[in-house]
Design a binder for this molecule. Structure first.
Ligand code: ATP
Ligand code: MG
Length: 423
């Protein structure tokens, strides 16, 4: 057997304790923010039937064609896939459990998603999203609320430099008209198309507009615009969204090339993009998907949602100078001797009873080496217990930050005295 050190799967990252502190802070902030808009948490499995994603995302998309981790369950032959995104699962769960019966739902979830892409900065094979879905809402108010909500989060997180792009994909009839014009346009310029585009020319020409190939950008920019085909209803909806954004002072740019990488979108689509993360600049993306619920087997119902890329958001936070917060700790307990150890345990448990965060030194060592560890920790104060303290049923309390004298404190006063220090 080889004893070479095993490595994580390429494109799947460990999040080490220093960085995990920032994740925790981010998750708390996001949760408060979502609750302030009345969204409720839902949790779905990481694995779903492959058919769900094929049906929801579309067969001719990057995700379904080449990015899914799909496998056969070796025990029963089922075709399964590690979820590449959350919307399909969320809608599946809502339908399976009848959540939409007579009631629209504002739902959110967070967690790992899996896509077999080429790993690079901001693009991983296991990455994390926070997904937000409003199921059963038809009006432009919910689209606009989701965008206004995002703006509030960026402010809460303290990130600037994110620009909003919006577009409308219209409804089925206008997409059909646009599709025919697109095919005709690209047919005449077949020589300039790459392999992906050629393959999609007839199956899904809209996707060609979503190409990441720089050589095709010019061709794509001059292509017929879906915007010019929109029906009156869709135009009205799009204008209503814009009016709310303007009322709330949210700047946006209409990007007629914005089509999104998944098939299920219609009408409003949006992306928040930063120029500070290089090529992987989209930190949040979403839009309306009025056809998806029916496509997954439910009674037709409109819906709108978006997902944020957590790794990209955190990279942007770090880029903006936000430091990893220290792990929170109030007290470090230093002790030596048998009597002292038993008092140290009692003191630590007593402080925890009072809601304090306490690290009890384990593993022995001299006072000097233990104090060094206390100094290097994030603790606000140290409690020192030796033979003298043990005999007096008391501890020495030593502030570790901002000066202040050490003092002898009896067990009865301990919680109170520590609280005074950490205030
Ligand atoms: P991209 O165009 O960058 O491939 P996408 O359109 O495939 O993105 P969505 O499916 O809309 O992305 O996912 C929503 C968000 O999730 C993206 O805006 C991005 O922030 C994040 N995201 C998507 N794929 C990855 C990935 N492989 N690694 C890290 N974050 C990702
Ligand atoms: Mg992608």
């Amino acid at each position: 057997m080889s004893n070479e050190t095993l490595q994580a799967v390429r494109g799947m990252n460990d999040i080490l304790p220093d960085e995990a502190q920032l994740w925790l802070w981010f998750e708390d902030t996001v949760r408060d923010w979502l609750e302030s808009y009345g969204y409720r948490n839902i949790r779905m499995p990481l694995v779903e039937p492959t058919a769900l994603f094929k049906r929801a995302i579309g067969e001719v998309t990057d995700i379904v064609e080449k990015e899914m981790y799909s496998f056969e369950d070796s025990l029963n032959g089922d075709q399964l896939t590690l979820r590449p995104e959350g919307t399909a699962s969320c809608v599946r769960a809502a339908l399976q459990h009848n959540l939409l019966y007579n009631a629209p739902q504002r739902l959110y979830y967070g967690g790992a998603m899996f896509r077999h892409e080429r790993p690079q900065k901001g693009r991983y094979r296991q990455f994390h999203q926070v997904g937000v879905e409003a199921l059963g809402f038809a009006g432009p108010d919910i689209d606009a609320e989701q965008i206004v909500m995002c703006a509030r989060l960026w402010k809460k997180l303290g990130i600037g430099d994110v620009a909003l792009q919006i577009n409308s994909l219209g409804d089925a009839a206008s997409r059909q008209r646009h599709r025919e014009k697109l095919i005709a346009y690209f047919e005449q310029r077949k020589d300039a198309l790459d392999a992906d585009a050629l393959r999609r020319l007839h199956s899904n020409p809209l996707r060609i507009l979503d190409t990441k190939n720089p050589a095709m950008q010019e061709l794509v920019s001059a292509a017929p615009r879906l915007m010019d085909e929109l029906e009156e209803d869709a135009i009205g909806h799009f204008e209503a969204v814009q009016a709310i954004l303007k009322r709330h002072g949210i700047a946006f740019e209409i990007n007629p090339r914005l089509v999104r990488g998944l098939d299920y979108y219609n009408r409003t689509v949006f992306e928040w993009v930063t120029t500070r993360l290089g090529a992987q600049g989209t930190i949040c993306a979403g839009g309306r998907y009025d056809g998806l619920i029916e496509q997954i087997g439910g009674k037709p119902a409109p819906a709108c949602g978006f997902a944020m890329g957590v790794e990209r958001l955190l990279a942007l936070l770090q880029e903006s100078g936000v430091q990893n917060p220290a792990a929170p700790l109030d007290v470090y307990v230093v002790h030596q001797g048998e009597q002292a150890q038993s008092l140290a345990w009692r003191a630590a448990e007593n402080l925890r009873d009072g809601g304090l965060r306490v690290l009890l030194h384990c593993g022995g060592g001299s006072f000097k080496s233990q104090m060094k560890k206390a100094d290097g920790s994030a603790a606000v104060c140290a409690i020192i217990i030796g033979d003298d303290e043990a005999a007096a049923n008391a501890v020495t309390l030593k502030p570790l930050r901002g000066g202040g004298e050490q003092q002898r404190v009896g067990m009865d006063d301990l919680q109170q005295k520590v609280r005074e220090l950490i205030m």
